[in-house]
Write a protein that binds this ligand. Sequence first.
Ligand SMILES: [Zn+2]
Length: 301
Amino acid sequence: MKHLFFTLLMVCSVVTLSCAQNQNKTKKFNETQLLERLEILSSDKFEGRKTGEKGNDSARAFIIKEFQKLNVSGYNGKFEHPFQFKQGNKVYKANNILAEIKGTEYPETYIVISAHHDHLGIIDGKIYNGADDDASGLSALISFAEYFVNHPPKHSVILAAFDAEELGLRGAKDFVKQLDSIEVMVNLNMDMIGRSAKDELYAVGARYNEKLTTILEGFKNTTTTKLLQGHDGTDGKQDWTMASDHAPFHLAEIPFLYFGNEDHAAYHKPTDDFEAITPQFYKNAIHIILAIFETIDHLGL
Ligand SMILES: [Zn+2]
């Protein structure tokens, strides 16, 4: 009996070990770190991340460091891609952050996954932390980088943290303007994916591309969060087709999917804080977007 007990113990240990190893292999990204990063990015120390200001500089440095920790490289050898623009009397100096992962099968064709790193800064002494808008998308970009370390994509991927979205999608416009040299298959844009009382994530843009329509219709959602299509000019709701950084891609006739939640009371308010993020929805949203990415990467468009 003693011997049998010992054997059983050994078998159990081996099974437990191999289970743990399997879990490691199938784990897509670290959910705890995803939330911790969101908390840091939307903390007061970044002063609302306004384009051209100190808080924006330090948030950018933080994001680049996160990419570097994962050994991900900058696009064309650098992370920061500066540009400037004039608004009113002011000239803004801005910086897109671009990371690149080379595709294993189609390195010449790119999928651009984007979020914006700027927000509204400090207005009347109040810090606009923009936890949902768009620290949520920003932290997700790093989780994507983490995922690609263990699951290299077939197509090349640019992880783009655009600047000056709040000032008129400036970073995305600058990026798209310079796209002559590479072929972009699709843009997946994330802006406000951290908070939904109704547990609903919207995908906008599939209606312009037959394959994206088929992919979304066949999508098997393994999360409890609802993935809806709408806010796309077909349902009488506010149309988000031109509402964020995916718009310049759309105007350049590049297929896109925009992911976001419905506006909440804290939209563009100083109350858009980490405490109001709905963590399960947020994690689910990223699992959904990741699964859609995988399908697109696998099938192509
Ligand atoms: Zn936004």
